[in-house]
Every structure is written in C-alpha cells, then in structure tokens.
Design a binder for this molecule. Structure first.
Ligand code: FES
Length: 387
C-alpha cells in the first residue's frame, strides 16, 4: 500500500482467539504504478513492473475466491489503484459477491465521471492521502505539482456522492507542524475519520529516514494535538493515531501480529502478511498464480507460518510478559535494522539496540537534512536543490 495507510483502521476485526482464521479484511494492491513519488511509500523499493501485474481475469478470480473463503472487506490500494483501467470492474465484482469495498487513493487520477462510475459500481468508502495541509509542502512531498488542489477537489466530489471519506495523513519531521491544520482540513472536507500515521521506517522510508525522522519534541506535540483534537471533535471526527515507534518503549503489535488477522495481495499476486513483507528477503511468498488456493497459502505457507504466534521467538522475547500483546513488534523493522527477522524489534526497550535507535533518531532529526529520495521504478531520484 503506497504512502496511504500503514494502518487500515478497519471497522470490523476478527474475534479474539481466531488467530488463524481467514482474515475479514484484505488489502488488494492492484499496481505499484503511481503518479506520486512519496519518499515514505510502503511499497517495496523493488517495485513490481506493470507487465507482471495480475490481469483483470486473475483479479476477478481472486475476488470471487476471497468472498468464498469468508473475507468481508476488500481495500483496493497500490501504488495508485486508479492507474488500473479495470478498477470499476473489480469494484463491481467485489460488490456483487458481497464484499465491502474501500478505495485507498492519492486521488489525483480521479475525475468526477470516474468517481461517479465507481460509486455506481458499488464503492462503499474512500480514503484519500494528503501530504500536508497546503500545496507547498504537500506537492513537494508527493513530487507532484497541483496534487494538493486536486485532492481537495476529489474529496469534495466524494462527499457530494455521499460516500464516507477518510483522510490519511502521513506525518514526519517536515510536515508535523501542519497537523492541527490537517485535522481542521479533514473536518472541513466532511471526513468521518482521519488516520494520523507517523512514518514507519522500512523500504522507501528507511532510505529517507534522515529527511523524515521527527524530533522527540515533535512527537510529544503530535500526541498533545491528537489528544486535544479527540476531545474537541468527539462525535465529529474519529482520529486514529500510529506512533513513531523509534521513540517508544514498547513495539507496536504490527498488523495485530504476523499472519494473524490480515493479509494483502501484491500486484503480481503474492500473498503477504503485511504490505512491507517482501522487504524480508529471506522469505519466499507464495502467489495466487501457483497451485494452492488462497486459504491453503494462508494456513500452510512457510512464510505465513514463519512468525506466527510466539513459538519462533528468541530471548528476550520468548520469556517476555508482553509477547502475547505485541507479538514481538514488527518483523520488517527487525529485519531492516538488524538483518535478522527473528531479532527483537529494536523499537522495544528490551532490545540491545533500543538505546542506539533512539540516539540515531534524535541525531538524524537534529541534522535537518531535508532532501528526499523520491520513490520511482528506477530505485529512487534525489530531490533537486531548491525543489
Ligand atoms: Fe511487516 Fe511490520 S510491516 S511486520
């Protein structure tokens, strides 16, 4: 899933104890193509080329299969899902087979007629990513001139069509000062929810960590702003908040635990336990193009079972009192920072690397290096001076 949503914030969740049941919500990453070039994109650095993407026929089969095995919600994402000409067809099929449909989009490719066609196809919900509260920073972060104005226009159309709207606000050192304005913007746009997601550092964001890492003071301010807004806007705007865990003591229960309540399907059909899983290069993920059904892959594939539950853990995780709450944190972050996906997530205070992580974060934040490496298919392009 692009820059849009580290957390899905799904309205439905699996019942406690059904840790291996088929998830109720699935993220369908239709493509890695995207007109935006956000430097924190959660897609892998090695993007899937369009020639490898699942065909319309393959996605239709996947959607049917998802409904058959008990999935209830499908989140169409990317890259930019609107880059697929068959998006309306896929939404219509999902609607026909009874799936709740959500579109996670940068919005810049959507026209009014196209949005109308998606609504007619049965689209249930739209999430639009915003890179800032005003065009200066927003267009610079996305590497797309005119993008912010376009997003505002599309958000208004979403509400005109009476579709529920969520604003995705991905926050980092260079836009955190705009958080109060982004919350106000979400209210003005008629959004029912805003996801305030601090950047998580793997893939593209790890490449850009120096330009994105907030200061400890910014993180404190962010918490204060979110708490104040939650109180003030109770009943008006729901505010989800993903903390930057470099400054936390406890790691987040990433994805609610590895292969426990979520999977996504990559543009070329790999079934993944999280959007960043392919950054763990020691694992092989099975594809919907193979011989096994999605249910068989979910239950039985080696990669899905690699970090399920707590049996895979080493010390200090194995004997930790919190292991059934945080499930060892984020495996992608552990691999990115230690080279070992079994290692304790360095975001955890019990990791031998935790203190170092905090120091690195605070040091990088203080350096104020602000040039981005933009996400693209050629491995990234460094922002020009004065861009
Ligand atoms: Fe993959 Fe956290 S993003 S486990």
């Amino acid at each position: 899933m692009d820059d849009h949503a580290p957390s899905l914030g799904t309205p439905l969740g699996p019942a406690a104890g059904e840790t291996h049941a088929i998830p109720l919500a699935v993220l369908a990453e239709l493509t890695h193509r995207c007109p935006l070039q956000c430097p924190y994109c959660s897609n892998p650095v090695a993007l899937d080329p369009s020639s490898r993407e699942l065909t319309t026929k393959e996605w239709l089969r996947v959607i049917d299969e998802l409904a058959e095995i008990g999935v209830l919600q499908i989140h169409f994402s990317g890259g930019e899902p609107a880059a697929r000409k068959d998006l309306e067809q896929l939404v219509a099929r999902a609607n026909q087979v009874g799936l709740y449909t959500n579109l996670i989009t940068s919005a810049v490719m959507l026209t009014r007629p196209r949005l109308q066609a998606l609504a007619d196809a049965g689209l249930n919900h739209v999430q639009i990513s915003f890179q800032g509260a005003e065009p200066g920073i927003a267009d610079r972060v996305g590497g797309y001139k005119g993008g912010h104005a376009r997003k505002l226009e599309v958000a208004a159309w979403v509400r005109e069509l009476d579709l529920p709207l969520t604003v995705n606000a991905v926050m980092h050192r260079q836009n955190l000062d705009q958080l109060p304005a982004m919350i106000d913007m979400a209210v003005k746009l008629g959004a029912g929810r805003i996801e305030v997601a601090n950047v998580q550092y793997y893939g593209w964001a790890l490449k850009n960590r120096r330009a994105l890492m907030p200061t400890p003071e910014q993180v404190d301010d962010c918490l204060r702003v979110v708490e104040e807004a939650r109180e003030r806007l109770h009943g008006v705007l729901e505010i989800d908040h993903v903390l930057p865990d470099y400054y936390a003591d406890r790691p987040k229960a990433c994805m609610g635990g590895w292969a426990r309540q979520f999977f996504n399907i990559s543009p070329q059909g790999k079934v993944l336990p999280c959007h960043a899983a392919e950054t763990i290069t020691t694992l092989n993920f099975e594809s919907v193009r193979g011989n096994r059904s999605i249910a068989e892959i979910w239950h039985g594939s080696e990669a899905m079972n690699a970090f399920r539950g707590t049996g895979w853990m080493q010390e200090p995780c194995r004997s930790c009192a919190h292991k059934d709450e945080d499930f060892g944190g984020c495996r992608c972050q552990a691999f990115a920072l230690t080279g070992d996906a079994h290692a304790t997530d360095p975001a955890c205070a019990f990791s031998p690397l935790h203190a170092e992580l905090f120091t690195v974060a605070a040091t990088e934040a203080a350096e104020e290096a602000d040039r981005f490496t933009y996400r693209n298919f050629s491995g990234g392009t460094v922002e020009k001076d004065g861009a």
